[in-house]
Design a protein around this ligand. Structure first.
Ligand code: KG4
Ligand code: ZN
Length: 344
């Protein structure tokens, strides 16, 4: 079964073709990072207009790279939300047009849930064997930790009460003079830094409190920088990055550890979202967490459409096998807000 995935929730226009939810026949991402870097963050209006320009060529190229035509595709999957509403609407309207004109089923996909399938694309063997698992989505918009008894069921165990983890990398990066997105550059600078040079807080120290927080850490970094006399040297920047990176990621690992004691049945921890590209995070997880941790292949950490097509495959397999008629109803709407339903 071949699914064409389309993703446009923020500043990446992406399309992919997957066979049976696991084999990636093609995956293309057209990034707007350079355009938004000028502004220090994503400008929604510009993002939507860029999607409008690139969506058709990106989808065409994904089909060509997979050596298929639209007629060979069994279903189309598209990100329904959450995200920037203008950006979402470009992808959704394009996908609806394709589906309606070719009379194909259209599967709406939640972007946050989709990220988890980015990690499953790197699993050896059958991804279904990893369940029940804990799943962390740490991106620019979310820091959500879930218990998943199966691929379709998410039970929220922890979330951020303020900034998301990736967002804090971007905001702290900006203060240190790093252009958006801050995460990859902070990671690079931190490699040469001393994480013990500055006094750092333990965030959300109370063990039973299953919440993340990042805005206090951002303020702490600003205050730490103010105490450094004169211009920041390269060494100052490296040490600041190392201290911040450790404190930001240690918080995630510590809460995951608590979650493993709350849910002793879990067989694995699946990590996804842009922050999952961080090598220091992978090292901390392997040091601190005894059960196996699965990270996405690097190209599926950040936003992509392979994860959207993969999740759509399982949505069809478990929820509405053989393209239930609801997948031929194209009348649904986009949503921009993430819904926090069940908190364990
Ligand atoms: O998943 P993603 O591409 O987009 C969202 O859905 O938000 O995540 C982007 C976020 C940005 O905040 C970026 O700074 C962060 O992921 N990020 C990283 C790294 N690479 C990207 N954070 C820490 N370390 C990295 N290596
Ligand atoms: Zn994302």
């Amino acid at each position: 079964m071949k699914i064409l995935g389309i993703e446009s929730c923020c500043d990446d226009t992406a399309a992919a073709v997957l066979e049976n939810g696991k084999t990636v026949l093609s995956s293309l991402v057209s990034s707007q990072t350079d355009i938004h870097a000028t502004w220090g963050g994503v400008i929604p209006e510009i993002a939507a207009r860029e999607h409008l320009k690139t969506i058709a060529p990106v989808v065409d190229q994904a089909l060509a790279d997979a050596s298929v035509e639209l007629k060979d595709i069994d279903a189309i999957a598209v990100t329904q939300g959450p995200g920037l509403i203008g950006s979402l609407l470009v992808g959704i309207c394009y996908a609806k047009g394709l589906a309606q004109s070719s009379k194909k089923p259209l599967i709406p996909v939640d972007h946050v849930h989709g990220h988890i399938f980015g990690a499953l694309l790197g699993a050896e063997g059958d991804p279904e064997d990893l369940f029940p698992c804990l799943a962390l989505v740490a991106s620019g918009g979310h820091s959500n930790l879930y218990y998943m008894k199966d691929p379709l069921t998410l039970k929220l165990m922890a979330y951020s009460i303020d900034d998301a983890c990736g967002e804090s990398f971007d905001k702290v990066g900006k203060k240190i003079g790093i252009s958006y997105p801050g995460g990859p550059v902070i990671e690079r600078l931190a490699r040469g830094g001393d994480k013990n040079r500055f006094d750092m807080p333990v965030i959300m120290a109370e063990k039973a409190r299953m919440k993340f927080s990042y805005s206090g850490l951002k303020t702490h970094m600003i205050n730490t920088m103010r105490k450094i006399e004169g211009e920041l040297t390269e060494k100052d920047r490296q040490d600041l990055c190392a201290s911040f990176q450790h404190t930001a990621l240690e918080q995630l690992v510590r809460k995951i550890k608590t979650a493993t004691t709350m849910r002793p049945d879990v067989k694995s921890v699946v990590i996804s979202g842009g922050v999952s590209a961080n090598q220091y995070f992978k090292d901390l997880m392997r040091e601190q967490i005894k059960i196996p941790a699965l990270f996405p292949p690097l190209k599926f950490c950040a936003d992509n459409a392979a994860m959207i097509a993969s999740y759509a495959f399982y949505k069809n397999k478990f929820l509405k096998p053989d393209f239930h008629e609801s997948f031929f109803d194209y009348s649904w709407d986009a949503y921009s807000q993430y819904k926090y339903e069940e908190v364990l």
